[in-house]
Design a protein around this ligand. Structure first.
Ligand SMILES: Cc1ncc(COP(=O)(O)O)c(C=O)c1O
Length: 356
């Protein structure tokens, strides 16, 4: 059996989608499954969600093509669009929709003749200053797109929040006001997970949940479970060795951990080669046989070492959980000075995703 493994709770994924539907009952849903379904396995996630969403959103052409090759036939949006003729033709061949966000894409759409004209979303920049036409240019952009023979239809108008994970945020309100003041008669989409929960007035015609589908909280001070979501991924491994060490013995690369007394040290088959963050704080909890024990010493490529002084009966082969239902990934992310998005996305391909 392979260790580590990422167990993917399929029932919980459906449950979280139901929560999205309950929170945004009047909106259509674009399930965001870019970056390999936030590290959960894009094809598996797509197959599980396909009956419950109205569309999928991925970032890149390759992701969209991979879904088509795996017989995912529902609408798929490339959230970053495409930036050259060959990619535009591929997108059209595979019936992928594009987000048009930049003047260079307008030129491309005007120059190319497509046997299968493509459907598009148009993106307006309401203040994040990443992708999107400035509000003053959006009307002209839409007129140009409407006159492009390479475009079959404009599905809608979208924008993206910079700070929706902050409650009562004036910048978020300002972005929404800019969007609402546009006089454009198209279906609208703005809300990501944080906005679906914290700014229900931004749900509009289509919502775009990502993180919450995976049962993870977009907010710093709350976990997914505290929001009524169910975490999807359990990153599981096992003890592959136990060392009985003496006072003063040093553990791992750099000899950074020095045993304060005679103690058992467990070696877990999990390292940065699996995506576990190398720079995580010492003392970060990890579950051995369901009980939290602290990580000690440096995380290496394939292993981490743990203090087993509170788990004297632990044995080689015992289960270890790095995050999951009983140890929120949000908490581990905090110990790694990062966000849970990054932790789940960076679980590496050598870790098999197992549907449970
Ligand atoms: C354009 C766009 N919409 C929606 C989402 C989903 O965001 P979240 O995972 O915070 O729900 C993302 C993710 O970054 C995005 O880039």
């Amino acid at each position: 059996m392979d260790y580590p493994q990422a167990l993917i709770n399929t029932a919980a994924l459906q449950y979280n989608l139901d929560i999205v539907r309950k929170k945004a009952p009047r909106s259509k849903v674009i399930g965001i499954i870019k970056a390999d379904g936030y590290g959960h396995g894009v094809v598996e996630v797509a197959k599980l969600l396909i009956r419950g969403v109205d569309s999928f959103g991925v970032a890149r052409l390759e992701e969209g093509i991979r879904l088509r090759q795996n017989r995912i036939h529902c609408p798929i949006i490339l959230l970053s669009g495409v930036s050259n003729k060959a990619d535009l033709e591929h997108a059209s061949t595979h019936h992928l929709s594009l987000v048009i966000h930049h003047i260079s894409q307008l030129n491309l759409l005007q120059q190319v003749i497509l046997p299968n004209p493509i459907s598009v979303w148009v993106k307006v920049d309401t203040g994040m200053h990443r992708l999107g036409f400035p509000p003053r240019q959006i009307y002209e952009a839409i007129t140009i797109i409407r006159n492009c023979s390479s475009v079959s239809s404009i599905i809608g108008l979208m924008s993206h929040f910079a700070n929706a994970d902050r409650s009562s945020d004036s910048f978020t309100q300002a972005q929404l006001e800019i969007f609402n003041h546009l006089e454009i008669n198209l279906p609208c989409s703005f809300a990501n997970s944080a906005a679906i929960i914290a700014y229900p007035q931004s749900q509009l015609d289509w919502v775009r949940p990502g993180l919450m589908l995976y049962g993870i909280s977009p907010f710093k001070d709350r976990t997914g479970s505290e929001l009524g979501l169910k975490p999807i991924m359990t990153l599981k491994s096992q003890l592959i060795a136990i060392q009985h060490l003496y006072t003063g013995d040093k553990v791992g690369y750099g000899s950074t951990w020095i045993c304060p007394e005679s103690m058992p040290v467990g070696v877990v088959a999990l390292g940065y080669g699996d995506g576990y963050p190398r720079h995580i704080e010492n003392e970060t909890p990890i579950l051995v046989n369901g009980a939290p024990v602290p990580i000690i010493g440096r995380v290496s490529m394939d292993m981490i070492t743990v203090d087993l002084r509170t788990q004297l009966n632990a044995q080689v082969g015992d289960p270890v959980i790095a995050w999951g239902e009983d140890l929120p990934v949000e908490r581990v992310a905090h110990c790694a000075s990062t966000i849970p998005y990054e932790l789940v996305c960076q679980v590496t391909p050598r870790v098999p995703r197992i549907l449970v």
